[in-house]
Write a protein that binds this ligand. Structure first.
Ligand SMILES: [Zn+2]
Length: 330
């Protein structure tokens, strides 16, 4: 999911300037930030550059024509992909340090371990299961009991056309509940043309946040956050969060892919509905390191958010949700 757009000045906002704007007076280091949605993946050479906020003008398409492309470099200065695992690691670790960030990371176990060697507690490892064919319940439980993984995610049954409440996943969620492991579940947006292009089983309807209700009822102690905030089903997202007091969301992915007007309208609606204490910052980082600054610029420039609301989204809400010790970040 990547395409054209004109990069605005805020996307190019130098990180050091950003750091100044989020830094409280008299403090030398930037205030801490937690990104709850980062993918650790092997970098394939030749990946395309990315124009943020590219999904603002969907192509008209026809099944008898060439498949639509959601990828474009039609913006002034596209974000460049890392060209190797080392380049990705060096760049991301440097950004984390400079911006005083901690990241919740999922994906390739070897890459996660490499990052953790360099960044220590700034990396919080997660392990995802999206269908029983990924791993057995026993293997999953063993992985949790190793103590390395602190989070279950990204769980994405929607790509298999499954509801998160599907019973085939229930034993995994039971293990997470028993071990006090928070769970991040992909709900809502997942890239455009997904059902046609790469994931024929993908169903938009399986991203409805209300599908979580049975799962939540079965596992009252399970801490669940809805990745991508159930975009674009904001009414159902609000209904779910209203009925279920412990559900949080992240705004990863949508924050840099849809038009900024749309992203801000969605975020504003969630805050306006009273859920500013349950929204967490995330990028959905893949292989473009500058997505960090691009995504942060959206929060930083949101004139409908107060300073305190920005700090909640960027840090406080994640500390509360993941039961982290805020004193460790001072
Ligand atoms: Zn996702």
């Amino acid at each position: 999911m990547r395409k054209f757009t004109l990069l605005t000045a805020c996307a190019l906002f130098p990180a050091f300037l950003y750091a100044q704007t989020v830094t409280a007076p008299k403090k030398s280091a930037p205030l801490p930030i937690i990104d709850v949605h980062v993918h650790a993946m092997k970098v394939s050479p030749g990946m395309a550059p990315l124009c943020p906020w590219f999904l603002r003008d969907m192509p008209g398409s026809d099944p008898n024509s060439a498949p639509p492309s959601f990828l474009s470099t039609g913006c002034a200065i596209p974000l460049q992909p890392a060209h190797s695992d080392k380049e990705m690691q060096d760049s991301l670790m440097a950004t984390m340090k400079r911006l005083n960030m901690t990241m919740v990371v999922y994906g390739d176990a070897g890459i996660i371990r490499n990052w953790k060697k360099v960044a220590g507690d700034r990396i919080i490892p997660g392990i995802g299961v999206s269908s029983p064919s990924d791993m057995t319940v026993m293997a999953f439980t063993d992985s949790l009991s190793s103590g390395f993984y602190k989070v279950m995610g990204e769980v994405a049954p929607q790509y298999q056309g499954l509801s998160p409440s599907d019973m085939s996943l229930d034993a995994y969620f039971a293990a997470a509940e028993k071990n006090n492991i928070p769970v991040g579940i992909h709900m809502g947006t997942g890239g455009n043309g997904m059902a046609n292009l790469t994931s024929p089983k993908y169903r938009a309807s399986k991203g409805d946040p209300l599908l979580l209700e049975d799962l939540l009822a079965r596992h009252p102690k399970l801490k669940v956050w809805v990745m991508h905030a159930g975009y674009p089903m904001v009414d159902n997202m609000i209904a779910l969060m209203g009925a279920n007091a412990y559900v949080y969301v992240d705004i990863a992915g949508l924050i840099w892919s849809y038009s900024q007007v749309e992203v801000n309208a969605y975020l504003k609606r969630l805050v306006q509905a009273g859920f500013g204490k349950r929204i967490m910052y995330g990028t959905d980082m893949l292989i473009w390191p500058k997505l960090v600054e691009t995504s942060l610029s959206v929060i930083e420039n949101a004139d409908y958010l107060s300073y305190d609301q920005k700090r909640d989204i960027l840090f406080n809400n994640a500390v509360r949700f993941f039961r982290l010790d805020p004193d460790k970040y001072k």
